[in-house]
Design a protein around this ligand. Structure first.
Ligand code: ATP
Ligand code: MG
Length: 409
């Protein structure tokens, strides 16, 4: 990809209203643009990374045998009246009317729509269990939209719903999803903790949150320094230094960003919305449900919070927008393009073909955060380039064949 065509509108000034590093990088680096409070454009650089995150989620979730669907963002009021949430959800629900004065909302989540879908087709234990998921835009009129994509009013979410004949069957799928979430966060190179949590507006009886550890996190994680015991501070009354309730170690606090949530919903929605099936014993029973979410757009910022220093990102391998950043300086563009053509056969390369000074090119490259960089500079005529590994902080003068060897390592 040629940088002159990729539309990365970087800014020279650091945006003053952005309070956290990841938000500043996204604005300054030309990743996102604010359209209104809590509403953003995803520019090509961010969108390319977002698609990589989405695909990692798809790959790992598909292994649980869940299937991808796409439901409407626009949802009729009737379904929300059935579940009781038209009243209960409050001001966070974006409500609107059509030309015939029928009420709708813009979906903040999809329990109602999916329960209505499944109840119309699934009536026997023989058709259970099933898992359906989507990756889609969600709408929540947050009281305090802030930190860019971290708490948006329109954001990208992965949501999965599973349907079962009994609790045991739900447990099996719940565990599979829990493992899939771990693999996803590991592939995204995130340092995280799984914590017991309250279940907020969604209801139900058991839930866990996946928290990415990070100082700017809005949640406080209460954990034991010597076991996997961890809870959201919202639901417990433990102080730092207290003995851990599981008898192992003492309590510590850490800040975290919630990137994922898994719930055992049970029969809350199926009872309210009459989603039933006939079991093997001929009894009519409510379908047992699980629901699971991941904040796709929030993850973009969580990755940045953990993978940037001094406001310079280095994207982890699996989500890097490009494998290689080729930077020709001075009058070396033609030589740079040769390197680009050669390496593009094997790698996804970005070449800075713009007519800009070295300083500008490097400043922008620092914001784009591709780990491996090839500077085509002074010694280009001798076939020698500067190969940089940002993560190791190394710079080496190498020939192209040697660079290819380095990349293979
Ligand atoms: P929070 O406590 O942060 O408001 P939540 O409990 O309301 O989150 P869920 O309803 O469980 O969130 O939604 C699933 C996931 O969607 C969350 O784990 C989070 O990663 C993401 N998410 C929720 N609200 C937002 C938002 N306003 N902007 C971006 N991502 C969000
Ligand atoms: Mg919320």
């Amino acid at each position: 990809m040629k940088q002159s065509k990729f539309f990365i509108p970087t800014l020279r000034e650091t945006p003053k209203d952005a309070q956290i590093a990841s938000h500043r990088i996204l604005l300054k680096g030309g990743y996102i643009k604010q359209v209104a409070a809590g509403i953003y454009d995803y520019l090509p650089l961010a969108y390319k990374i977002i698609k990589k995150i989405e695909n990692i989620v798809r790959e790992e979730i598909n292994k649980t045998e869940a299937v991808e669907v796409l439901m409407p963002a626009l949802q009729p009021k009737d379904l929300w009246v059935e579940s009781g949430r038209w009243e209960k959800y409050g001001k966070e629900l974006m409500r609107l009317e059509d030309r015939n004065e029928r009420s709708f909302c813009l979906g903040p989540t999809h329990e109602e729509v999916i329960t209505a879908m499944v109840r119309d087709y699934v009536n026997s234990y023989k058709k259970l269990s099933i898992g359906l998921y989507q990756i889609q835009t969600k709408f929540r009129d947050e009281f305090r939209p802030r930190f860019g994509l971290m708490r948006g009013r329109e954001f990208l979410m992965f949501d999965l719903y599973t349907f079962h004949k009994d609790e045991e069957d739900l447990d099996v799928w719940y565990k599979k999803v829990r493992e899939a979430y771990k693999r996803i966060l590991e592939r995204l190179s995130l340092d995280y903790r799984i914590i017991g949590a309250g279940s907020g507006n969604i209801g139900g009886n058991a839930s866990e949150e996946f928290m990415v550890l990070c100082d700017i996190g809005e949640d406080t994680i209460v954990y034991s320094d010597s076991s996997s015991f961890a809870l959201n501070q919202e639901i417990c009354d433990l102080k730092e230094g207290d003995p851990s309730p599981d008898g192992k170690g003492v309590i510590k606090y850490a800040k975290g960003i919630e990137v994922g949530h898994i719930f055992k919903l049970g029969t809350t929605y199926s009872e309210l919305m009459k989603a039933t099936f006939i079991d093997q014993d001929q009894q009519t029973k409510p379908i047992v449900m699980g629901c699971y979410g991941i904040g796709i757009s929030r993850l973009l910022m969580a990755i940045l919070e953990q993978h940037s220093t001094d406001e310079k990102p280095i994207w982890p391998k699996e989500v890097t927008p490009f494998d290689l950043h080729i930077i020709p300086l001075g009058d070396n563009l033609e030589q740079g393009l040769k390197v680009y053509e050669k390496l593009s056969k094997e790698y996804d390369c970005l070449i800075d073909d713009r007519d800009e000074r070295a300083g500008v090119k490097f400043q922008d490259a620092d914001l784009i955060g591709v780990r491996y960089r090839i500077v085509v500079g002074r010694k280009a005529s001798e076939g020698i380039y500067e190969f940089q590994d940002l993560l190791k902080g190394e710079k080496k003068e190498l020939k192209l064949a040697e660079i290819e060897k380095e990349l293979k390592k």
